[in-house]
Design a protein around this ligand. Structure first.
Ligand code: BGC
Length: 807
């Protein structure tokens, strides 16, 4: 008996010991791979002020002398060269990686770091260089709203999602949004916003499409440049992401994009190229995926030859979080900063240098780029942030921009609605309005105005029966109505169950209201792609509700309006003939409900237009057969499995198509380029959107001068109410020698708000180089000679004026 007890005890203690050892090893692996807690959060010791020959400077290294790098009258380049010459090799290598996730994970002591800031550039205290903080983006600043031991809050403004901003087609307005967002960053001590996202909507099911602008690279590029210019006007940087071809969330960390140079150049790189040209952002973020076998963060051709040598990018490139594999290869390729940074990478860089694989020149080059950014920050100019941005002013800007990005898809004498009426709100999202998507693009805002609140604020009466039924439904499904917070929201996007009304309930609602509004909501985000069933397609219940509510209101001589509170494209063709009006509200940030009320009430005339096509069927997209269709979210174990057994280390026949690798066989035929070429009907075309007024286009003139095409025309408001019009310019090569799209967007403009009868004269300047295509054989851009059609359209399928030029 005693023996058995002894053996059991030995076995038990061995098991416990084994568990402890495994736990320790696991923790260490996890810590060094993911968290890398470091003691880098040495708050910047305030350097002493010194006056020398009448000039006051900050004595950063405390040597009592004015060093070149401390002299802010000198050019940044000189200052960087000086500080670099004073740094040890260890300090330089240290600078190439951030200090881990401690701040983002709340693992810093109260008062240290900026809780929620997801990355850093490490400080060099010996030389008085401060910690630089990086924070997500792109729909507003993402920091923790509460801090341990503090009463006050640190809420940020939830601005509209990027897709909505693109729907405004208004660069000036988007720049204003950027300027407000950048100001918030500055005032909360954040130096770089991790955004905007400039990836292309290759397929509607990409879970992060809401963070991106459009299926078209020109629109993406101009919108991205506008927001970068706005943010950076504050002395705060941006990180334009995810460079490049990160178009699916499924296996995003390892997916290999198999793509031609032409598609890469004309579609996926183009938007980034425009942003670099028009805004020269402080940083770019390389993407997780590989391109034709190489991780983008290790791709020298991409990060150095194209980005810097061809495009003239002057900033730094950082990795996406834990992106890529080989730290030394990343630095050598021109990916200067590894985020969030791990001890493992630090060690790898040091070893690579010691064994000659990573030359000092490469370390110096990347360190210099990082230092250049540090010197650009307001922190380096000793800016004292007060944690007190003007959130009220920013709320006004978010409301105005969200209103302008709303797209009126259909209106059969239903809108605007008279304010003295009673509105019945149907659909749970009317009461639980969705401000934006989930994941790193989610913002911790103080409030979200629901559609109900927005309509009430505008003076509408809300039908009490519909509201009462919603409250009963919510109480009965209490758990499903609890909004997941933080990381949980990323894995379980908030999608509360829809409410099913009986015929009697609906009849009572119709009898006691003047108009019905049915809201359809969708929520998606980082880490997962959407699916067709019950997401792109409406659920059976939603279809049923559109049918029954439209019928019930229409039979009583009343109107039914559908409001789409969504972040990405859904199916509309099968039901759009039923309601009287359809308003595409997108996800408009924290003032969303007020913005929709501005449109429904006619306070603002809608002027948004679609930045992508709404197809009849999902499979109409040329990319459909090469897109992962099973959705699902990134899991911790999935990530771990991928890290331990990456696809590149598996034989080809064990790799899974559309997960481990994705063929971009559709080439350049993304969005309308495909629908037009294949002559497919669409539900709503790219560039489409209605107004409460009508416009007339006239007087087109085109001239070709000094390698530019100049276009001028007039737009007149011929309706009854004031309004703005988005005008698009497409070009078509007639009798092309190569395969080309029927039309491609080259420029766009928006009129001022025109009174009835008022005319706006618009002009566009298109460099002739924008008419080129990528010649695969020559590996270069080429301009075809001959005739081109210039088409001025109200959408990609509604051309109003046309001219021909000969090159
Ligand atoms: C996302 C980036 C984000 C980063 C930091 C990554 O998972 O892909 O867009 O900026 O995390 O939160």
């Amino acid at each position: 008996m005693k023996r058995i007890l002894k053996i059991t005890l030995i076995l038990l203690s061995s098991l416990i010991l084994l568990a402890v050892i495994l736990g320790f090893l696991g923790y260490n692996y996890f810590n060094s791979t993911f968290l890398s807690f470091e003691d880098d959060y040495v708050e910047h010791v305030q350097p002493k002020k010194l006056t020398l020959d009448g000039y006051t400077f900050l004595d950063r290294n405390g040597n009592g002398e004015l060093d070149v790098y401390e002299d802010d009258r000198r050019a940044t380049k000189e200052r960087v060269a000086d500080v670099l010459s004073q740094m040890t090799l260890e300090e330089k290598i240290h600078l190439l990686k951030g200090s881990g996730l401690a701040s983002a994970m709340g693992a810093v002591e109260p008062g240290e770091g900026i809780p929620g800031a997801v990355g850093t550039i490490v400080p060099t205290p010996r030389l008085g260089l401060p910690t630089v903080y990086l924070s997500d983006g792109p729909a507003g600043l993402r920091i923790e709203p509460k801090r341990e031991g503090e009463e006050r809050t640190y809420y940020c403004t939830a601005f509209p999602i990027a897709t909505l901003l693109a729907s405004t087609w208004n660069e000036e307005l988007v720049q204003e949004v950027g300027s407000a967002m950048g100001n918030e960053a500055l005032e909360y001590g954040i130096d770089v916003i991790l955004g905007p996202g400039a990836n292309i909507h290759r397929h509607p099911l990409c879970g992060r499409n809401f963070e991106y602008y459009s299926e078209d690279p020109v629109l993406s590029g101009y919108m991205g440049a506008a927001i970068v210019n706005g943010i950076e006007s504050n002395g705060v940087g941006t990180s334009v992401k995810h460079f490049v071809a990160n178009n699916q969330e499924t296996e995003r960390n390892f997916n290999d994009v198999i793509i031609t140079d032409r598609a890469l150049r004309e579609i996926y790189l183009k938007g980034f190229e425009i942003i670099v040209e028009k805004a020269q952002p402080w940083t770019l973020m390389s993407s997780y995926n590989k391109i034709n076998g190489t991780y983008t963060s290790e791709d020298k051709q991409l990060l150095t030859d194209i980005l810097r040598d061809e495009w003239g990018f002057e900033g730094l490139v950082m990795t996406d979080w834990f992106g890529g594999k080989d730290a030394a290869a990343q630095i050598k390729a021109g990916n200067d900063l590894l985020e969030p940074g791990t001890k493992k990478q630090w060690k790898a860089l040091t070893e690579a240098h010691e064994n000659g694989a990573l030359p000092t020149a490469d370390i110096d080059r990347s360190a210099a780029r990082i230092l250049h950014l540090v010197f650009q920050t307001k922190k380096m100019q000793d800016y004292k942030y007060e944690n007190n941005p003007d959130l009220k002013a920013h709320a006004n800007i978010t409301r105005q921009s969200a209103t302008e990005g709303i797209v009126l898809l259909k209106n059969e004498n239903a809108l605007p609605i008279q304010i003295d009426g009673t509105v019945a709100l149907l659909g749970v999202t009317s009461y639980e309005f969705i401000a934006g998507g989930t994941g790193s693009g989610d913002v911790n805002e103080a409030y979200t105005i629901s559609l109900e609140e927005g309509l009430k604020n505008a003076g509408f009466k809300i039908n009490s029966k519909a509201k009462e039924l919603f409250e009963i439904h919510k109480a009965a499904n209490e758990e499903a109505f609890v909004k997941p917070e933080g990381i949980d929201a990323m894995f379980n996007p908030y999608n509360p169950p829809q409410l099913n009304l009986t015929k009697e309930e609906l009849d009572e609602i119709v009898a006691t209201s003047d108009v019905g509004i049915l809201t359809i909501g969708r929520n998606a985000g980082e880490g997962g792609d959407r699916v067709e069933e019950d997401d792109f397609l409406l659920t059976d219940l939603e279809q049923e509700m559109i049918e029954s509510t439209s019928k019930a209101f229409q039979e009583s001589g009343k109107k039914l309006v559908v409001v789409l509170n969504i972040g990405g494209v859904i199916e509309t063709a099968s039901w759009k003939d039923k309601p009287d009006a359809i308003v595409l509200a997108w996800q408009g940030g924290q003032e969303g409900g007020n913005s929709v009320a501005d449109i429904l009430s006619g306070q603002v005339n809608p002027s948004g237009k679609l930045p992508m096509t709404f197809p009849v069927h999902l499979h109409d997209h040329a990319s459909h057969s090469d897109f992962p269709l099973q959705g699902g979210h990134l899991s911790f174990f999935g990530l771990l499995k991928g890290l331990m057994f990456p696809p590149e280390e598996r034989p080809q026949d064990e790799k899974v198509q559309n997960r481990d690798y994705t063929h971009y066989d559709e080439g350049i035929y993304v969005g309308y380029r495909h629908f037009d070429k294949a002559k497919l009907s669409v539900s709503y075309p790219f560039g489409y959107g209605l107004s409460y007024t009508n416009f007339e286009y006239s007087d087109l003139s085109t001239t070709v001068e000094n390698d530019t095409l100049k276009i001028a025309f007039a737009v007149k408001n011929i309706g009854q109410v004031q309004g703005k019009e988005v005008v698009q310019c497409y070009t078509e090569k007639l009798n092309p020698m190569i395969d080309r799209p029927i039309r491609e967007l080259k420029a766009f403009a928006k009129t001022t708000s025109l009174q009835p009868e008022a005319i706006d004269s618009l002009s566009m300047v298109i460099p002739l180089k924008d008419l080129r295509y990528w010649d695969e054989d020559k590996g270069n851009w080429a301009l075809e000679k001959g005739a081109y059609k210039i088409k001025i359209g109200a959408s990609s399928r509604a051309m109003k004026l046309e001219a021909e030029i000969e090159l």
